[in-house]
Design a protein around this ligand. Structure first.
Ligand SMILES: Nc1ncnc2c1ncn2[C@@H]1O[C@H](COP(=O)(O)OP(=O)(O)OP(=O)(O)O)[C@@H](O)[C@H]1O
Ligand SMILES: [Mg+2]
Length: 296
């Protein structure tokens, strides 16, 4: 197995941004997104790496970008290192499978969430006001229940990561009425397509976050798409509303962390090999179940 990748510090191009998991490079009007093997939980990045996790995340995103191209334009230019600019193909051994070259576009200043099930901040809102995204919901819904219809719940993009939910009217004020309407329509179509596909693979796509931008005025989906980092994936066979569901990828890690006496603030506790191995296997399984392909 190739070596796990902590951080991309070997490229002769300027770093654009380093997120919790991804290292992004600036290449003029393009970006190179590289997904590392770093893992975070409860917003804390661990010191250990999960081998091949970056390949899995990148390959899942690439799979969905390709599959949903008929619904909406996306930012992907290439996932083939041989076609990357500026001599980057020299780094193929470390970039292959875990990177994509994308168009740098004008990102819209919001995050676009679609929820098919009641969990997370939607569950909180529902318990307070019987609404989701300020839309009235039937009484008596339990945690993780399926919503009557997928609901579009945009939020702001806060620098500290604690995004604030906004109403559709607020979104219209932020990005304009027409654009808000097209983003909502595209978001719901994307969610419906992907959740139907995932259901066929025994996976519930409970909710997901999109980021959109404008590419010369054309609405374009960017960032990542239907990855376990941007979505809640649940095992259909274990699905039982009225309690939290097992998340496909990080459940093992989260349960192990809950068993510790750790306050979820840095520094993170060291992860034992067994937890890393189980987590790596789960990521692999997510990829294989969704795409029907096996990783090299
Ligand atoms: N095609 C694109 N053009 C321009 N910006 C993009 C494009 N795709 C993604 N982005 C932006 O790149 C950034 C990716 O950052 P990333 O998600 O890796 O880290 P983060 O959001 O700072 O932190 P976190 O690790 O918590 O997600 C986001 O701000 C996203 O909006
Ligand atoms: Mg992000």
């Amino acid at each position: 197995m190739p070596e796990a990748l902590r951080s991309v510090d070997f490229l002769p191009v300027p770093l654009y941004l380093r997120g919790k998991v991804r290292d992004i490079f600036a290449l003029g009007d393009q970006l190179l997104i590289v997904v590392s093997d770093r893992i975070s939980a409860f917003d804390v990045v661990f010191n250990e790496l999960v081998p091949q996790k970056g390949v899995v995340l990148n390959s899942i995103a690439a799979f969905w970008f390709e599959k949903t191209r008929p619904i909406v334009a996306n930012h992907v230019l290439s996932t083939d290192v041989a076609t990357y600019p500026e001599g980057l193909s020299r780094y193929a051994d470390r970039l292959a499978g875990r990177s994509m070259l994308v168009k740098k576009i004008d990102m819209l200043p919001a995050e676009f969430i679609v929820r098919g099930y009641l969990e997370g901040s939607a569950l909180k809102e529902y318990r307070k006001s019987q609404t989701v995204g300020k839309i009235p919901m039937p009484a008596g819904l339990r945690q993780a229940d399926r919503l009557p219809e997928p609901v579009f719940t945009p939020s702001t993009k806060e620098a500290d990561g604690h995004d604030i939910n906004i109403s559709f009217a607020e979104l219209q004020n932020l990005i304009g009425k027409e654009l808000a309407e097209s983003v909502r329509e595209k978001s719901i179509s994307l969610y419906k397509e992907a959740s139907a596909y995932a259901a066929g693979k025994g996976i519930i796509l409970a909710d997901t976050k999109f980021e959109f931008g404008l590419d010369n005025g054309v609405l374009t989906v960017a960032d990542e798409l239907f990855t376990p980092d941007s979505s809640r994936f649940w095992e259909l066979a274990d699905y039982q509303p009225g309690r939290p569901q097992k998340s496909f990828d990080k459940q093992y890690l989260r349960e192990w962390l809950e068993s510790l006496d750790w306050d979820k603030n840095p520094p993170p506790p060291p992860l034992p090999d067994s937890v890393i191995a189980a987590t790596a296997a789960k990521y692999r399984e997510a990829y294989e179940r969704l795409t029907g392909k096996t990783l090299p």
